[in-house]
Design a protein around this ligand. Structure first.
Ligand SMILES: [Zn+2]
Length: 177
């Protein structure tokens, strides 16, 4: 989004494939990307879904929507809007509510318990962390790593994300490769 790529007319794009533990619910045209990005997403999404307890018998749904600017123009970016049937904005709200519930507690152990439980159950947060920990995303010279989403300020990798850019990614996760 920050990084504007010159449009090229001659490039091959593929749909992000479903995997073993996850299933792409969105139309294939919602995420037409380079084969490199498709492979990277597949690797990270397999790992996310396996670690979150999903399998071929019970895959988790992933929903993409098309993007138009920057890396999207050349198929080097994808936007994930929902996981497990809920939008990233819903997962983020759930996360914020749980943390607000835990914060006033003077009982450190109880607070950590609530946080631990939310880290386990919140698929939006888990997806963001899996993409952050296991994905190898683009970092154009002079620009931050191209992973943005509702948790970028609190979890990184780019904690200095502006209010405007954070707001633009309040309901989806953007990755580019
Ligand atoms: Zn995007």
């Amino acid at each position: 989004m920050l990084y504007d790529v010159v449009s090229r007319s001659n490039f091959q794009r593929v749909a992000v494939p479903s995997g073993i533990g996850y299933c792409v619910d969105s139309p294939p045209t919602n995420a037409l990307v380079t084969s490199e990005l498709a492979a990277e997403l597949r690797r990270a999404l397999e790992r996310f879904s396996r670690e979150a307890g999903y399998s071929a018998a019970r895959p988790v749904g992933i929903f993409f929507k098309p993007g138009t600017v920057g890396h999207h123009k050349v198929g080097r970016a994808a936007d994930i809007y929902s996981v497990g049937g809920f939008g990233l904005d819903i997962w983020k709200k759930r996360w914020a509510d749980a943390m607000a519930r835990a914060a006033p507690s003077r009982d450190l152990q109880a607070r950590h318990g609530v946080e631990r439980e939310e880290r386990r159950r919140n698929l939006g947060w888990r997806l963001y962390k899996a993409l952050q920990l296991h994905g190898r995303w683009a970092q154009p010279y002079g620009y931050p790593i191209q992973l943005f989403g509702p948790w970028t300020r609190s979890e990184g990798p780019w904690s200095f994300i502006s209010d405007a850019l954070l707001h633009a990614h309040r309901d989806h996760i953007h990755v580019a490769k």
